[in-house]
Write a protein of this length. Structure first.
Length: 334
């Protein structure tokens, strides 16, 4: 199947190219950013002698001429206009932004007015472990971000056993690539090196996203206290969930039963770490309890499982291919 990548300049755009260039079923026929006029080998020197294709200035009409599916690696608030036009041109879309992840009211409260309200109801949240059947029959996939992916995969198996009247805390730590390619004061080497800090505690836009998906999947209204942190790492993510149990459970058995058929979730018997999932699409999860105190920890690669490789998995399901088609099981060099 011929595919397009719109938003090729950023980290997730590069990861998409690296995954798709060796994919046995997808053929990259269109690569674009906001300016064009450059070859992809000059845009990303690591791709020299790997793929030779000119980067175009993004145009939905041009995509429709050469591709059946488009990956949108664009910023929030930008994707929706491209997605709307592509869908009207019968091009399937996997959107890596937040523009279709949320219900309309939640999105407009935390982002901006939505320009494509009619397609929000048609979008499917691209968390394969919980939405696989819906993904297979969709035309628009809202690819989850890294924080919600790691948080939901850790939290969802335990919702029915948690006292939702007690606080649920999610302590999340990410490498600096999660902040995107454009530098800021917080991500400059001299600031982040040998440093760690929280940002937007209790106010981050992924907090209502996690709450909304718990409600939709488990029919439970929960109050999530989400606190993200920036680590002095290029990539990787570690999420720790703290909650109160309302009954005695075997936490490992619950995880094993929940994810027994999940190709890209690994249940660990020891606390998880970032290096073991870097360069892969795996989510590693560990859980423990102390009386009624629950601790769940998950680890993912924020650029892969939290963005690009999960997008390719969603595209596989969308197109009727095997879930793991073209997804390396052993870490490639990030």
């Amino acid at each position: 199947m011929n595919v397009a990548i719109i938003g090729a300049s950023g980290y997730t755009g590069l990861e998409l190219i690296k995954l798709l260039v060796t994919h046995p079923k997808f053929n990259i026929t269109y690569v674009a950013n906001s300016t064009g006029d450059i070859n992809v080998q000059d845009l990303h020197p690591c791709l020299k002698d790997v793929i030779n294709i000119d980067v175009q200035k993004a145009s939905a009409k041009e995509v429709a001429k050469v591709a059946d599916l488009a990956f949108l690696a664009l910023p929030h608030k930008t994707s929706m206009s491209f997605a709307k036009e592509l869908l009207e041109l019968n091009v399937k879309v996997v959107d890596l932004s937040a523009d279709y992840r949320l219900e309309l009211e939640t999105y407009e409260k935390h982002y901006c007015a939505h320009e494509d309200k009619e397609h929000i109801k048609d979008s499917v949240y691209g968390l394969p472990e919980y939405y696989k059947e819906d993904i297979q029959s969709a035309k628009l996939i809202a690819n989850p971000g890294c924080y919600p992916t790691a948080s939901l995969l850790a939290l969802l198996p335990f919702i029915e056993y948690i006292d939702t009247n007690a606080p649920i805390f999610i302590d999340a730590k990410s490498g600096v690539s999660g902040a995107g390619k454009n530098p800021s004061e917080a991500t400059h080497f001299g600031q982040i090196n040998e440093n760690c800090h929280s940002y937007n505690p209790f106010k981050h836009r992924h907090m209502p996203e996690i709450q909304e998906k718990v409600r939709l999947l488990k029919n439970e209204e929960v109050s999530i206290n989400f606190v993200p942190h920036l680590l002095p790492l290029t990539r990787g993510m570690l999420v720790s969930v703290y909650a109160t149990l309302k009954e005695d459970i075997d936490v490992n058995e619950i995880l094993q039963n929940t994810y027994k058929d999940s190709e890209f979730v690994r249940i660990r018997e020891k606390p998880v770490d970032i290096k073991s999932t870097a360069g892969t699409n795996f989510c590693d999860i560990y859980a423990a309890k102390n009386a009624n105190a629950l601790f769940v920890s998950s680890s993912i690669d924020n650029l892969l499982r939290g963005a690009s490789s999960q997008a390719v998995v969603n595209a596989n399901l969308l197109c009727g291919y095997k879930e793991g088609e073209g997804i390396p099981k052993i870490a490639y060099v990030p």
